[in-house]
Structures are given as structure tokens and as C-alpha cells.
Design a protein around this ligand. Structure first.
Ligand code: NAG
Ligand code: NAG
Ligand code: NAG
Ligand code: NAG
Ligand code: NAG
Ligand code: NAG
Ligand code: NAG
Ligand code: NAG
Ligand code: NAG
Ligand code: NAG
Length: 648
């Protein structure tokens, strides 16, 4: 990083401090009253010049989130045109599928050197998920016999593998997914009362901050805005990774609570946990939990998945198998293609097939579709999907699907790895994923109070746990009637950890009351860049490295880490524990350790006892890693410690 860059950053942070002095100095992120401090303070970066800028994104009694520019100069250098996705070296697919058929593309015969169509032999094998035993991974399937067909075939199965031979050689292999109506739902809908239900569809894109969505997918954002989408500005993540941010959405529990209540350890299956789709399922909704890049899926990465299939539709099984067989164009963590098709497009098409089929059959549904392939590892790749996603959303409107469907488009966190993470804006963005919600037009009239509340909550501090409460409300949208909402509010204490977005979120909510650790909290009153050579910074970084080594202590394969370099440091001051005279400051420090060159970012709290002339450190929350560990931690099975372990 050049000096000009450093200089710029420092200036920005002074700015935030000044705003704080002017308006907000008496509340810090923990909501504790601050007193003026007499203790020796680390020196603010001497090169920094003071300017003033008082823009805020969120300002409530309990939380102030600074405004950041989508194209701030500090991050512009990381925004570049993404490389196009090339599948199967541009060989076209030989087969295509629509909603019910699979068929040969005559135009592709040449590419496969098929001169005599009559002697091309193709067959398809249906396959389905098989329940794993308790110590098996959840990726088993069973293949039926291969059914021969000429040119095209009508498919009644959910998943098929296609194989074609020509002149005695297999020249083609492909996989297709369909949406047949499952018997459980058929039985349900035949015995159903005519209660009107509203569908819920969640479309997820992994690792995209709110600002990066605006940068990379402007057409999609505009489409959503034109649809009247509500965009949450203060949606703050609660944990480090996908798992720790989606588990709260799906279960209303933190990761620790999940472990306490229904998932003992990494080798346990998830069947006992109360996922919100069970509530929908009980009422006769068809359910889908579907994901791409399923090898690192929510329930499967360093975990064992489910015994019983958790939802009626579970596309991850299909993705896992097809990716294993025909995945290609591997990039960092993901196969970008399934055969000749970009995976993200294939997944969007499947999603559309699901939604259209359910609409056509008038079956209510809860669908959760989590896409990773397009966005997991690269700040700029999402741009490639902008038009496809915009078209997808436009198709939902054109086919009137949104008349009675709630659409949620969201991410779990911003980009966790990569060079943008070395900037302060990158750090903050990582904690603020995007979340859009489109409600059926008639909600405004049917549930005016709920609608007004969600509008107001756009500018509140909100979390994945709130989204869970919201999904529970949507199981029965009639619970959003004015009387029911008012009744609920009157029973509230005002400091609950989670609220439905259809309720008013109290203005005095803080990260602490919302269950967000200080490490992940973006509410802040004061952030000031400090000299990385300051002794307090060095001591704090050293403390953190020792802390990591202690965590790895019981794992013999991991090499002891040593502090190699400190990149940057910031101080967020500070509060006094008036009762005990203890003063504390928080530091954000970015540093590198060896061996392995792991790059880490930690929030460290320093407690200072002025009378006793002593201080101690504490690591707040988890330590984030902002470069990839790749195969360095092959010997570590615990996915938390994988971030830190450098294997012998
Ligand atoms: C940081 O402190 C060191 C030593 O105290 C000094 O040499 C250096 O110029 C300082 N750097 C900045 C950016 O202020
Ligand atoms: C799907 O493809 C088959 C075979 O080409 C065709 O007969 C059928 O009409 C198509 N269906 C739709 C809905 O396009
Ligand atoms: C593809 O070519 C075969 C043989 O030439 C022909 O029978 C078939 O109808 C063609 N299919 C389409 C969709 O054009
Ligand atoms: C495919 O075509 C061959 C030769 O024309 C015929 O013998 C066979 O019965 C056909 N198979 C199917 C499934 O239609
Ligand atoms: C659906 O109903 C049929 C006929 O009553 C029954 O055989 C089948 O087991 C039921 N399926 C499920 C999943 O309940
Ligand atoms: C995980 O929990 C199961 C069931 O309680 C236990 O049998 C197993 O030993 C545990 N595994 C680990 C690695 O702790
Ligand atoms: C959802 O289902 C769980 C059990 O899986 C139950 O405890 C909870 O009360 C249900 N919530 C709603 C809103 O129906
Ligand atoms: C959806 O709303 C549009 C416009 O109000 C209406 O024309 C259409 O019939 C509705 N479609 C469904 C499936 O309800
Ligand atoms: C927020 O205000 C409510 C009353 O409106 C109060 O009961 C609650 O304790 C306050 N919470 C905090 C964290 O101050
Ligand atoms: C870092 O901590 C280790 C272990 O406590 C200690 O030996 C070493 O002197 C410390 N280094 C610095 C630069 O403080």
C-alpha cells in the first residue's frame, strides 16, 4: 500500500471522530456513558489532516453507522471488470431441457462430430438422494437404470444423468433437474381448506455487501427499486461466516445456541433442529432448501448434513453430484460451470422452474435458494450475473408471481477475503450485507401498520435474527393485522434480542441488545487511525497471536504462529466502568503471522485500571481472517480453527 493511500484513510477516521465530538460523544457502542480520559493515549497518526464530514447512514439513539461511498477512493482500485466465465472451453451443450423434456440440440451435433444422428445413442438415469447413516456424509445418491431415448424424452423424475454414445464411445455426459410434484404435497393439497397463503421465496447471494451489490449489480438494484423493494440499510451480520449468519435466519438461534439445543458437534446431523421451513411444511407449503457449490454447502462443509431430507426439494444433492462429474472452470473455491452452462444460471433456471411449477399447480411454497458460485470469492464477479438476476426478478413480475409472494433477496456478509478487506471500508462492508424485501402490493392496504413499521426499520440496526422473526410472521400473514401487532408491542419489554421487521424496532437498540458482538458491530461513535508502531498496538497484536496459539494448543498438527507484521490499527475509544474505575478502549488491528502468511483482523479491548497502574487485553468476538487459508489447514477438521491452523 502506498503512503498516499494510508494518508487518505487516516483522514477519513479523524472525520468520524470529529463528528462524534460534535454530536454523539456521550454514547459509545455499548451504550455506556463516557467520561473524559486522563490516561496516556496512543498517538493519532501524525500525518493525518483534519477535515469534516458528518454523513451518517444510520442514526438512532443506540446506534450510529457511518455513511460510506459506494465508489470511495480508498476502494476504487479494487473495482475492475470481471473475467467472463467460459464453460467447457466454449463447447456448446449437446442437450437442453425445458420444464418437462430433455432434448438433443441439433445445432450442437457438429461440435460433437456426430454425422449420423440415427446412430447417436442416448439414455438417462434418474437418481435420488439416499439417507446417509449417522457417520456418513450427506452426499449419497442412487441411480436407476439408463432409459434409452431418441432425440427427446419426457421426464417425470427430479434428477437425471444423461449419457450419449457414438461409435461405441461415450461422447457426452450431462445432468438435469426438474420439479415434479412430491406426493406429500399432493396429499396435502387434495385435503386442503381454501385458506389463502402467501408464498415466500428467499434468493441469496453469498458474500455481497450492500454497497458491493450497488457497485456490481446496478441493473438488479434498479429493478428491485422499481418493484417497490424495501432495502434494509442497517442489516448487520451477527457471526463470522455463512453458517453463523444463516443459522440465525433459519432457526432464530445463534450458532452457540444451536450447539446447545440440537446439534452437538460437527459430526452430528441437523435433523433435530427447528428450521423455520418446518413451520411452513406443517401447514402444507411445499418447501425447498437449495444451494449451489454444495460441496461447501451450509450443512455440509466440514459437517454431516441431515439424515432425512429436510425439505421437499433439496437441489444441493443434485449440485453436489453433477459438479463432481461435470464441474469445470474451477476458480478459487468454486466450479463456475456445470458442463457447458454457468452454474449460477443453471441454478436461477431451476429456481424459476420451481416457482413457476408451484404457481401453476397452486401449491403454496417456502423456497430458500442460496447461490455461492457467482459471488463467494471475488469482489467483481457478481457483475457478470447482473442482467440474469434482473431478468429473473422481472420474470417474477411479468408472470404475476409476486401478486401473492413475498420476495427476499439477501446476502450473509460482505466479502471476507481479498485486498478490499485491508481497507477500513472493506472491513465495515464485510459486516453489512444487503437485504431487499418485496411485499405483495396489497400488503400496504391489508396491513398498514406492519407496512409502516418495516418502512421505518429500513433505518434501524437489524440482524439475521430479526429476519427469522419476520419469516415466522409470514407463515401466517394475517398475524400482521393491526390488532395483533399492537398487542404484541404492548407485551414487549423494549430490549428483546430480536424483533420481527413488521414491529417497530426500538431506537435505543444497541449491538449488545441485538446480539451482535463488538467485533462484528458497525455502530460506532469514534474510530481513529493510530500509528501501527505504537507500543499498545504491538502488545495488543502480540496478545492476539498468543490467543490464537492457545486456541490451537490441543491440535498437534498446527505450527505455533508468530507475529510478522502489523498493517494498520485503529482505536475506538472508550468507556469507563464508573463503579470499578476501570477504563477500556477497543482497538481494531490488522496483522500477518508466519508461517503461512495468514492475514488477520481482530478487535481487542484493553482494560486499564488507573489506580493499580495495570492493564490487560481481551479479544472481542472472533478473529477474522482476510486471506484464504487454502490447503494450509488440511489437518484441521474444526471449521472455526481452520482459519488459524498452519499444518506441519
Ligand atoms: C509511527 O511511529 C514511528 C516511531 O515512533 C515513526 O517513525 C513513524 O514516522 C510514525 N508513522 C506515522 C505514519 O506517523
Ligand atoms: C419442451 O421441449 C419439448 C421437446 O422439444 C417440446 O415438445 C415441448 O413443447 C417443450 N415444452 C415447453 C413448455 O416449451
Ligand atoms: C434434429 O434432427 C433430427 C434428425 O435430423 C430430426 O429428426 C429432428 O426433428 C431434429 N430436431 C429438431 C428439434 O429440429
Ligand atoms: C429409437 O430409434 C430406433 C431406431 O429408429 C428404434 O429402434 C427405437 O425403438 C427408438 N427408441 C425409442 C425409445 O423410441
Ligand atoms: C400420499 O397418499 C397416498 C395415497 O393415499 C399414500 O399411498 C402415500 O403414502 C401418501 N404419501 C405421503 C408422502 O404421505
Ligand atoms: C459428537 O457427539 C456425539 C454424540 O453426542 C459423540 O458420540 C461424538 O463422540 C462427538 N464427536 C466429537 C468429535 O466430539
Ligand atoms: C414453529 O415450529 C416450532 C417447532 O418446529 C414451534 O416450536 C414454533 O412455535 C412454531 N412457530 C410458529 C410461529 O408457528
Ligand atoms: C396479479 O395482478 C395483476 C394486476 O393486478 C392481475 O392482472 C393478475 O390477474 C393477477 N394475477 C394473479 C395470478 O393473481
Ligand atoms: C430502551 O427503551 C425501553 C423503553 O422504551 C427500555 O425499557 C429499555 O430498557 C431500553 N433499552 C436499553 C438498552 O436502554
Ligand atoms: C510477545 O509475546 C511473547 C509471549 O508472551 C513474548 O515472549 C514476546 O516477548 C512478546 N513480544 C513482544 C514484541 O511484545
Amino acid at each position: 500500500m502506498d503512503d498516499g493511500y494510508l494518508l487518505f484513510r487516516s483522514r477519513t477516521f479523524i472525520v468520524i471522530l470529529l463528528t462524534c465530538v460534535g454530536t454523539f460523544c456521550y454514547i459509545n457502542i455499548y451504550g455506556i456513558v463516557t467520561k473524559s480520559l486522563k490516561l496516556p493515549q496512543p498517538k493519532v497518526n501524525e500525518h493525518s489532516k483534519k477535515t469534516n464530514l458528518n454523513n451518517v447512514l444510520i442514526q438512532t439513539d443506540g446506534c450510529r453507522i457511518p455513511y460510506m461511498d459506494t465508489f470511495d477512493p480508498s476502494i476504487r482500485q479494487y473495482i475492475r471488470a470481471p473475467e467472463k466465465i467460459v464453460c467447457n472451453n466454449n463447447t456448446p451443450p449437446l442437450m437442453e431441457a425445458n420444464i418437462t423434456y430433455v432434448y438433443v440440440l441439433n445445432s450442437s451435433l457438429k461440435a460433437y462430430k456426430v454425422k449420423d444422428f440415427k446412430t447417436l445413442k442416448c439414455c438417462y438415469s434418474p437418481f435420488h438422494r439416499v439417507e446417509p447413516t449417522s457417520d456418513e456424509n450427506d452426499n449419497k445418491v442412487f441411480y436407476g437404470t439408463c432409459v434409452q431415448f431418441n432425440g427427446s424424452a419426457k421426464i417425470d423424475d427430479e434428477f437425471i444423468r444423461v449419457s450419449c454414445t457414438y461409435e461405441e464411445k461415450e461422447i457426452y455426459k450431462d445432468f438435469f433437474s426438474f420439479v415434479p410434484i412430491k406426493s406429500r404435497i399432493k396429499n396435502f393439497s387434495s385435503g386442503q381448506s381454501s385458506i389463502k397463503k402467501h408464498n415466500v421465496v428467499v434468493i441469496g447471494l453469498d458474500s455481497i455487501s450492500r454497497l458491493n451489490l450497488h457497485r456490481q449489480m446496478p441493473i438488479t438494484v434498479k429493478t428491485l427499486k422499481d418493484m417497490g423493494a424495501i432495502e434494509l440499510l442497517g442489516y448487520n451480520k451477527v457471526g463470522d461466516n455463512t453458517f453463523s449468519n444463516l443459522i440465525p435466519v433459519l432457526t432464530g438461534l445463534s450458532e452457540d445456541e444451536l450447539i446447545k439445543y440440537c446439534w452437538r458437534n460437527d459430526t452430528d446431523k441437523f435433523d433435530e433442529c427447528n428450521f423455520v421451513w418446518k413451520n411452513y411444511s406443517q401447514l402444507g407449503y411445499a418447501t425447498s432448501f437449495s444451494e449451489d457449490s454444495a460441496w461447501m454447502g451450509l450443512f455440509n462443509y466440514a459437517k454431516r448434513g441431515f439424515k432425512q431430507q429436510p425439505t421437499d426439494y433439496y437441489w444441493g444433492t443434485f449440485n453436489y453430484i453433477s459438479e463432481h462429474e461435470i464441474g469445470n472452470n474451477h476458480y478459487i473455491n468454486v466450479d463456475q460451470c456445470l458442463g457447458s452452462r454457468a452454474t449460477y444460471q443453471e441454478f436461477l433456471e431451476y429456481t424459476m422452474k420451481f416457482v413457476q411449477t408451484m404457481t401453476q399447480e397452486q401449491i403454496p411454497y417456502f423456497g430458500f435458494f442460496w447461490g455461492c458460485t457467482l459471488s463467494h470469492d471475488d469482489l467483481n464477479k457478481p457483475k457478470l450475473g447482473d442482467e440474469s438476476y434482473a431478468n429473473f426478478f422481472n420474470n417474477l413480475i411479468d408472470s404475476h408471481i409476486l401478486n401473492n409472494t413475498v420476495l427476499i433477496f439477501m446476502s450473509d456478509h460482505g466479502l471476507r477475503y481479498g485486498d478490499i478487506r485491508e481497507t477500513y471500508q472493506g472491513l465495515i462492508e464485510e459486516r453489512l450485507p444487503f437485504l431487499f424485501m418485496v411485499l405483495p402490493k396489497n400488503y400496504r392496504y391489508l396491513y398498514p401498520e406492519a407496512f409502516a413499521n418495516i418502512k421505518r426499520n429500513i433505518k434501524s440496526l437489524t440482524t439475521p435474527l430479526d429476519l427469522h422473526e419476520t419469516l415466522k410472521d409470514l407463515v401466517d400473514p394475517f398475524s400482521l393485522k393491526r390488532t395483533l401487532i399492537s398487542k404484541r408491542i404492548s407485551n414487549r419489554k423494549g430490549n428483546e434480542r430480536s424483533y420481527s421487521l413488521f414491529e417497530p424496532i426500538p431506537s435505543n437498540r444497541t449491538c449488545e441488545t441485538a446480539g451482535i458482538s463488538a467485533h462484528h458491530c458497525t455502530c460506532q461513535t469514534s474510530t481513529t487511525a493510530i500509528n501501527k508502531s505504537d507500543s499498545v498496538v504491538i502488545n495488543a497484536a502480540n496478545f492476539t497471536v498468543n490467543y490464537l496459539n492457545n486456541q490451537l494448543h490441543d491440535h498437534e498438527g498446527c505450527v505455533k504462529l508468530t507475529l510478522a507484521e502489523i498493517y494498520r490499527a485503529w482505536i475506538h475509544s472508550g468507556s469507563n466502568d464508573v463503579k470499578n474505575g476501570i477504563h477500556n478502549d477497543d482497538y481494531t488491528i490488522m496483522f500477518r503471522t508466519v508461517p503461512g502468511n495468514g492475514k488477520f483482523e481482530a478487535k481487542i479491548r484493553q482494560y486499564i485500571h488507573p489506580q493499580r497502574q495495570e492493564s490487560r487485553f481481551d479479544v472481542i468476538g472472533t478473529v477474522s481472517r482476510f486471506n484464504l487459508y487454502k490447503s494450509q489447514s488440511w489437518c484441521m477438521t474444526n471449521y472455526h480453527l481452520k482459519l488459524y491452523c498452519y499444518c506441519l
